[in-house]
Design a protein around this ligand. Structure first.
Ligand code: FAD
Length: 384
């Protein structure tokens, strides 16, 4: 059985590792449009705090990974089409055949609709190459405008502040981490970031970015203008579904897969940020690792449903650490604050029967491993 994987992110490489353990000699081809270096994407938002360049974050080259995985890894190539009937993919005009195909294509940063002539100074950081580009653009600069106060925007605000940058953060909702935390916990994180020097512009969006000498001028939706040297946009990700959609596979928010991570075509699977597993798009490391373990078995002849226990997410804002077991939008219930002492907040989300469905811990509570483990055990599994 020959396996072809598209993508060398954490999803592609974790699957390759798990599958290789069960298939020591079978042919494995991995195709990627980046340079195939193995790195841990969560480290991208702690790079300034830890003083790391992109090269220092890369753990292995594509050649080292090819040797370790006994794989044919083709880098800087783009897969442009899938033919599910012929069981081939088109790679820069060439055809590569597969028995089983796994899409581990990740997600694209969402680009906010903005006008202005300074959009080339609006950067996103979603892979190692973006990170190198951002570091180069930010070298010698001082003022960064961050668009978005979600997980990635808040992490970058903390990291850039640690790196000596003056950060202005624009977030349409009136607080940081609005989709993850109850207001009291958001306020704790916001106050801690403000203490580092972050300036917030809440309740507004960026309408336009104009060049302003060497820097930028951003027009906010309330008409105000703010200045900076460059802009980092972090307003969310969209699963890469175009290739799957063009091949006739079912797509929704992500590439639609069942519990065995199988798409609407039996020989094609999807994993990681691009996949929607039984309606869940979970762009985090733990779900893709659980998926990689299950999928390796399925692809080795032991059909295995993925299991998602409660998987608390750590937000890397060291000035006020956060651990959150998020609640899906629309779930009935309410947050209560169980304890609060300055930046230290412990909150729980319960339904009408008192069942714990999610929790949020900030400050010292986030560092209490026993508390986190106990709460995580109480929260029902996402996919049992
Ligand atoms: C700054 C940041 C911090 C994060 N922090 C955390 C954290 O603390 N904890 C956590 O759990 N999660 C975190 N995440 C999320 C986590 O890193 C991602 O969920 C995970 O890395 C996604 O891996 P992936 O392999 O699915 O996608 P990616 O890493 O995006 O990989 C996609 C791959 O597909 C390839 N590809 C795509 N299309 C094609 C094509 N047509 N042809 C060829 N190749 C193609 C790309 O080249 C790439 O190799 C963070 C994310 C970011 C951006």
């Amino acid at each position: 059985m020959s396996l072809v994987i598209i993508g060398t992110g954490l999803a592609g490489y974790n699957l390759a590792r798990e599958w290789r353990k069960l298939n020591p000699d079978a042919p494995l081809v991995i195709l990627t449009r980046d340079d195939g270096r193995n790195y841990s994407k969560p480290m991208l938002s702690t790079g300034y705090t830890k003083g790391k360049t992109a090269d220092q974050l890369a753990m292995q080259t594509a050649a080292q990974m090819a040797e370790q995985l006994k794989a044919d890894i083709r880098t800087q190539v783009s897969v442009t089409a899938i033919d599910p009937v012929a069981k081939t993919v088109t790679v820069d005009g060439e055809t590569v055949a597969y028995d089983k195909l796994v899409l581990a294509q990740g997600a694209d940063p969402f680009q906010p609709p903005m006008g202005g002539d300074g959009l080339d100074r609006v950067l996103t950081v979603n892979d190692l190459e973006d990170y190198a580009r951002f570091q180069a653009a930010a070298t010698g600069k001082k003022h960064v405008i961050v668009i978005g106060g979600g997980l990635i925007g808040s992490e970058y605000a903390n990291d850039l502040s640690n790196g000596g940058y003056a950060v202005q953060l624009v977030e349409p909702v009136g607080r940081v981490l609005p989709a993850l935390l109850p207001p009291v916990a958001s306020e704790a994180v916001g106050a801690a970031l403000a203490g580092l020097g972050v300036t917030f512009h809440f309740g507004v969006s960026v309408q336009a970015v104009h060049q302003d000498g060497e820097g930028v001028r951003a027009t906010l939706s309330d008409g105000r203008e703010i200045q900076g040297d460059l802009v980092l946009s972090a307003i969310g990700l969209r699963p890469r579904v175009a290739l799957a959609k063009d091949a006739g596979l079912a797509v929704n928010r992500g590439i639609v897969v069942n519990r065995e991570l199988q798409t609407s075509h039996p020989d094609i699977y999807a994993l990681g940020d691009c996949a929607e597993v039984e309606g869940l798009v979970l762009p985090y490391v733990l779900p893709l690792m659980a998926g990689a373990r299950a999928l390796a078995k399925t692809l080795s002849g032991q059909p295995t449903a993925v299991v998602y226990p409660a998987m608390p997410v750590q937000v890397k804002t060291p000035v006020c650490p956060v651990v959150v077991s998020p609640v899906a939008p629309g779930v009935a219930g309410a947050w209560t604050v169980d304890a609060q002492d300055g930046p230290n907040v412990r909150a729980s989300f319960r339904n009408g029967d008192g069942q714990l469905l999610g929790f949020a811990l900030t400050g010292s509570f986030a560092g209490d491993a026993a508390l986190k483990a106990q709460l995580a055990k109480e929260v029902p599994a996402m996919l049992a």
